[in-house]
Design a binder for this molecule. Structure first.
Ligand code: NDP
Length: 331
């Protein structure tokens, strides 16, 4: 097969903030697909916060990336050669071997590009979308009348979590990292209130939720979690989705100082990993796909051009909040 594929390999495990030198651009020849395989020419690849954890040594909930080996993660593209009985050339598929131009895969999912462009299947209709849906409905067990607080509100997961809660009739408060993002959260995503966390979380959350909150969708951890525990009403629930404020920490950060609130208010804090909830994909696609068809959901993508060589910097920038909505690299 006449393809050469550029890819990004892990050159070194980052200490603290990832650096460009932790990544290496390399090339490899793409072989003909064997039986049960297909070759996909990737159009977009995803950079996601969880990838930071996989760059560390030692197993977390996902296996670590290996030094000298290509990174991997969500990507979407067109099948250009197939020896797979369920996929044909021309199919548009999502799979898990991103960070490269061509991927040889055995397992993928066809996507319906009549519903949304292919890139959306890495964001609003993909893994981050399902995370928002499961976190809000199954983990936080959203109930009538709940006031909902979402951190990372301008990001891929948070923007959808807040909009689903809004569409289900809830009062929704969001936090994000810049004035421009706050405008987006209020004007385009139609949250009821939003604030820039750089100006402090506890006081602004109290102002936005004078009667407290019932659900906290936590994408951030740290100061946000402590402030949310202080504002949660009795029997409140926290979907513990992520803790991006500590992903680059080099020593363990202190826990919330007010953890006893969990006892006194009878709170439920529940962590989850989206990959355990694949059974919810049909319900998620039906509800969120329906909202999209009806034009009731706004979704942004921050698309970085420059192909595979641009991916490491896109990942580094994601951790610094360069994205609004889903961060993607166009390949
Ligand atoms: P986002 O699109 O939200 O991008 C990450 C955002 O995090 C940045 O844009 C930045 O926005 C924000 N951020 C960075 N540093 C800080 C900080 N110190 N404090 C507050 N915010 C910060 O990413 P995703 O939507 O993909 O992921 C959101 C969260 O969900 C992450 O924690 C991720 O790990 C988690 N996640 C968990 C899953 C699960 O299965 N449990 C699955 C998918 C994601 P800003 O400018 O606002 O700071």
């Amino acid at each position: 097969m006449p393809y050469t594929s550029r890819e990004i390999r892990l050159a070194a495990r980052p200490t603290g903030e990832p650096q460009p030198s932790d990544f290496q651009l390399a090339e490899r020849e793409v072989a003909d697909p064997a039986d049960g395989e297909m070759v996909v020419r990737n159009a977009f690849m995803s950079v996601d916060p969880y990838m930071r954890g996989r760059m560390n040594a030692g197993r977390s909930y996902a296996a670590p990336y290996e030094i000298g080996e290509p990174l991997y993660g969500g990507a979407v593209g067109e099948v250009v050669a197939s020896h797979h009985e369920r996929f044909a050339e021309g199919d548009i598929v999502v799979h898990q071997l991103g960070w490269r131009e061509y991927s040889t895969v055995r397992s993928a999912k066809k996507v319906d590009t009549s519903l949304a462009p292919a890139s959306a299947f890495l964001g609003v209709l993909g893994m981050p979308g399902l995370t928002a849906y499961v976190g809000l409905l199954d983990i936080a067990q959203l109930r009538d009348g709940d006031v909902v607080f979402v951190s990372g509100a301008a990001g891929a997961v948070g923007s959808l979590a807040g909009q689903i809660a809004k569409l289900r009739g809830h009062r929704v408060i969001g936090s994000a990292g810049s004035a421009e993002k706050i405008r987006h959260v209020l004007d385009d995503l139609h949250f009821d209130a939003a604030f820039d966390y750089h100006d402090g979380v506890a006081d602004q959350l109290e102002q936005a939720a004078p009667d407290g909150i019932d659900v906290y969708f936590d994408n951030v951890g740290g100061e946000h979690l402590e402030a949310a525990l202080a504002r949660l009403n009795n029997f409140g629930r926290v979907a513990m989705c992520g803790a991006i404020s500590v992903y680059n920490a080099t020593s363990p950060p202190p826990g919330p100082r007010n953890i006893f609130q969990v006892v006194s208010k009878r709170l439920t804090l529940r962590g989850f990993i989206v990959s355990d909830h694949a059974d919810r994909h049909p319900a998620f696609t039906q509800e969120v796909g329906g909202y999209l068809r009806e034009g009731r959901i706004a979704f942004r993508e921050t698309i970085v051009d420059g192909g595979v060589p641009a991916a490491p910097q896109a990942f580094i920038d994601l951790l610094h909040g360069a994205n609004t909505g889903k961060m993607l690299v166009r390949l």
